[in-house]
Design a protein around this ligand. Structure first.
Ligand SMILES: Cc1cc2nc3c(=O)[nH]c(=O)nc-3n(C[C@H](O)[C@H](O)[C@H](O)COP(=O)(O)O)c2cc1C
Length: 370
């Protein structure tokens, strides 16, 4: 296949000094599998992220990895707030770097008013009073009727959150991650500052969109200052709140412009999850129009996410300039070799790992003979 015939999905893409060999990103997905119940990733994470990297994905992203103990959604969340977390993550990073062509990124976050929940598959068993911890948010407003009531953050809470993000970023660099993404979407702490539905502060951190962006931008600047120049940064946002009183796409374009002016390299465009009200179930690439508009109007690289399932969709998104990278979440849970299988379908030759060239001779659709 000549360069001109390379499917758009398999063209490389560069941010600062990081080049990914294709446009597919494994979307960040919480796995609640820190078995010490205090943030330490395990062999599960080596296999989980390592197998997608061997599966050909250009960039694998960790789950939302929490910047402090109190920042965890659940006791099973992975963290980056202790040196032992860094050492455990380094094993994951080293595996990906030595055994695959993939780059690996860490999504760092703070759950804010969505913290202090049971592990996903234990949601019917609420945490006991002993297991709970105090949660913080821009305003004392619950996420949903069954959520804990957060305490409104004061200036020293804000200073601690910024420090915690900075420490996590330094550890992520020590572990060897190639890119870092701030989770500023889905109603978690930074997102809850950005949305008027959850931020009703009357100080400099509330009110106008500029004020509501103050903390996310302070975190960004502080992290950027310690994150090496050659390594790019991303931020995931909720482009819209799916609520007439919340942020709309025009706000997201302004948010992207503010992040871009601060030096953000790429914006990862998701939506919703800022309150417990369910958003409408939307088929198709329902979030890609948001990515497309932000990419055009804020004139910056974007990632799109949501319901990407087949290579034709990814080729279309890239060829039509609707996003620069395509995050695949559930598709990667279904098929760790999503990208290799897509290459086969497109007739694109993707080099197999040294151990697996025989897989190239496998015929997944043989004529059935006895
Ligand atoms: C099990 C699971 C865990 C998730 N955890 C995160 C997360 O940690 N951070 C995040 O930004 N999004 C998270 N998401 C959202 C996904 O990254 C993605 O945006 C969403 O699943 C839509 O993409 P898809 O249709 O390809 O699955 C999670 C989704 C799933 C299914």
């Amino acid at each position: 296949m000549s360069d001109a015939q390379t499917p758009p999905m398999f063209t490389p893409f560069t941010l600062r000094e990081m080049t990914v060999s294709n446009r597919v990103v494994m979307s960040p997905m919480c796995m609640y599998s820190a078995d010490d119940l205090d943030g330490t990733p395990t062999d599960f994470h080596v296999v989980h992220l390592g197998s997608r990297a061997m599966g050909g994905t250009g960039l694998v992203m960790t789950e939302m990895t929490q910047v402090s103990r109190e920042a965890r959604i659940s006791p099973g969340d992975a963290g980056m707030y202790e040196d032992r977390h860094m050492e455990a993550w380094k094993k994951v990073v080293d595996f990906v770097h030595t055994r695959s062509e993939a780059k690996i990124g860490m999504q760092i976050g703070h759950a804010g008013r969505k913290a202090c929940e049971p592990i996903a598959w234990k949601r019917n068993t609420p945490l006991t009073e002993d297991e709970k911890w105090e949660i913080v948010a821009p305003s004392a407003i619950k996420f949903g009727p069954d959520s804990e009531m957060p305490r409104e953050m004061n200036q020293s809470d804000i200073a601690k959150v910024i420090d915690d993000f900075v420490s996590a970023a330094k550890r992520a660099d020590d572990a060897g991650f190639d890119i870092i993404e701030l989770h500023a979407g889905h109603g978690y702490l930074l997102s809850s500052f950005m949305s008027p539905l959850s931020n009703q502060r009357t100080d400099a951190y509330g009110g106008s969109l500029e004020n509501r962006m103050k903390l996310p931008l302070e975190v960004f600047h502080a992290v950027r200052a310690v994150w090496p120049d050659e390594k790019p940064m991303s931020a995931r946002i909720s482009a819209i709140d799916w609520n007439d009183d919340g942020n709309q796409i025009e706000d997201a374009v302004e948010v992207a412009k503010m992040f871009k002016a601060a030096g953000l390299d790429i914006i990862d465009v998701s939506s919703g999850n800022v309150t417990s009200e369910r958003r409408p179930v939307t088929p198709g690439l329902f979030q890609t129009p948001f990515s497309e508009q932000i990419r055009r109007d804020a004139d910056m690289p974007t990632m799109t996410v949501g319901n990407l399932a087949v290579p034709e969709q990814i080729n279309g998104v890239i060829a039509e300039g609707r996003a620069d990278l395509c995050c695949v979440g559930k598709g990667h849970l279904y098929d760790p070799y999503f990208v290799r299988h897509a290459a086969r379908e497109l007739g694109y030759e993707l080099k197999w790992p040294n151990q697996y060239p025989a897989a190239g001779a496998f015929n997944p659709n043989p004529e059935i003979m006895r």
